[in-house]
Ligand binder design. Structure first.
Ligand code: PNS
Length: 159
């Protein structure tokens, strides 16, 4: 049986930390779906269409088993529709663990047969989050090396 995992998130913008996780998770499963949440209550910096394209363009040749989609509503409803066996989430710091654990337990309540697999992030990338990247970038700081070059170019186009 083919094993499919979903890596959900906002990816606004996609960072080098996300890409590290995608590459590593893609080696663990037959298929990895990067799933961008569509949140009607939030005004994103980059549109879902932009994020989808940027993520697709960022995938190296080794990630031929990775696709990029978007979803609305409950993650576990989407994960069940997509017949996923697992969710992937990254851990940079203990604060991430505090944030993730209630979601893992709630998701397990909703769909106990779908496991959440936590991957420790590359320590060299532990300071990178989409929200900090956006804040630093909007205030004129350098985010070179924190996001792929084509993502930085798309962010610059936004301003
Ligand atoms: O990249 P993020 O913003 O940390 O991702 C958070 C995300 C998208 C994984 C989380 O907000 C989510 O799963 N949202 C979908 C709605 C849902 O299922 N909520 C219940 C979560 S227990």
């Amino acid at each position: 049986m083919s094993r499919r995992a979903i890596y959900p998130g906002s990816f606004d913008p996609p960072t080098c930390g996300h890409l590290d996780l995608i590459e590593r998770a893609s080696r663990l499963f037959d298929e990895l779906v990067v799933a961008i949440i569509v949140n009607p209550n939030k005004q994103p910096f980059l549109s879902v269409a932009e994020r989808t394209q940027l993520l697709q363009e960022a995938l190296p040749a080794s990630c031929a088993n990775v696709t990029v989609e978007s979803f609305t509503g409950l993650l576990m409803d989407y994960a069940q529709r997509r017949q996923a066996q697992a969710l992937i989430r990254g851990l940079r710091t203990s604060a991430d663990y505090e944030y993730e654990l209630p979601m893992i337990l709630m998701n397990r309540h909703l769909a106990p047969h779908i496991e959440t697999v936590l991957l420790a992030g590359d320590p060299a990338l532990a300071h990178i989050s989409s929200s900090l990247v956006k804040e630093v970038f909007k205030l004129g700081g350098s985010v070179t090396g924190l996001v792929p070059a084509h993502v930085l170019a798309a962010m610059q186009d936004k301003l």
